[in-house]
Design a protein around this ligand. Structure first.
Ligand code: PXL
Length: 286
């Protein structure tokens, strides 16, 4: 009997600020995927631009929730992790993968911990190395350049890099274990921004670009990863999925720029969901 695809996504609830679970849920749901959640922490807002936010660590809840789910005999098409609430959760999530992964389960780790050359306030370099270990258990990872260089213990290059540098990073990240690596926030020419992907088994690179919209917009990495997974679970190839996610994310950023709202409250991805449904629903050419 056909079954609806199910994702379990493990990341925080930032109550205001449109990132992590408050974007993953609507994006995956719009793409027709049943989305079960394992919240890692509850914050009144995300940590990038607000002061005085609350933070409730849910580390203690991870194992009991997993133990209950284990009794339910559920099929899981993908496990998708994002912002984690504590260093201890890295080991718990690794155990979760081992308990819930089936033969074809996609394990997507977005090592959401840093951007623009800096770790987010809650994390240190030890956490970044722990995240690298978690990535060894994934089959697809989606870091930005900051996260990639932290995990590989390389200096952050800023805007000073070329295609050879990006392809070297992708290869080194794939050597950690995942077959597929998607690197976000890549730009080789002024006015264009996008993502690069590497398939280790095919030794193949793919790129997806769009027009660059100036400014820094919060939560776009989470939106990108959620749309990427939505496309992959709708049978897009990796090359197609990175382009779908670029187009969806840039569409949301462009709307937000035009509306001139405060970017720390996140981007208007809601009005792009109709486009996402069209993009993931299109018949594959190949
Ligand atoms: O968008 C990544 C993210 C997720 N969750 C929390 C954050 C951030 C980035 O700052 O603070 C709580």
């Amino acid at each position: 009997m056909p079954r609806q695809k199910r994702v379990i996504t493990i990341q925080d609830i930032s109550c205001i600020g449109k990132c992590s679970l408050t974007v993953a849920l609507p994006i995956l749901s719009a793409a027709g995927i049943e989305t079960s959640i394992l919240p890692t922490a509850i914050l009144s807002t995300h940590t990038g631009g607000f002061s005085g936010y609350t933070f409730r660590d849910l580390t203690e809840d991870v194992e009991p929730i997993a133990a209950h789910w284990k009794t339910l005999d559920i099929a899981v098409d993908a496990i998708y992790t994002g912002y984690l609430g504590s260093e201890e959760q890295l080991a718990l999530v690794q155990r979760f993968f081992a308990e819930f992964r089936q033969q074809d389960t996609v394990i997507l780790v977005d090592p959401a911990m840093a951007d623009q050359g800096k770790l987010y306030p809650a994390f240190d370099t030890e956490f970044a190395l722990g995240m690298r270990d978690l990535c060894t258990h994934a089959n697809i990872i989606a870091p930005n350049i900051t996260e990639a260089t932290l995990m590989l213990e390389k200096p952050y290059p800023g805007d000073e890099y070329n295609q050879a540098y990006i392809e070297q990073l992708l290869r080194e990240l794939a050597e950690l274990g995942p077959r597929y690596v998607v690197l976000t926030g890549i730009s080789f020419e002024a006015g264009k921004l996008g993502a690069a992907a590497y398939d280790r088994e095919l030794d193949r690179f793919d790129y997806a670009f769009s027009e660059k919209v100036e400014g820094y917009y919060h939560g776009t990495g989470d939106i990108y990863s959620s749309a990427l997974l939505a496309a992959l679970l709708n049978n897009k190839t990796l090359a197609q999925a990175i382009q779908v996610a670029v187009d969806f994310t840039v569409g949301a950023i462009r709307r937000t720029r035009e509306a001139a709202t405060d970017p720390k409250f996140g981007v208007d991805f809601e009005h792009e969901l109709g486009n996402l449904i069209k993009l993931v629903g299109q018949k594959n050419a190949d």
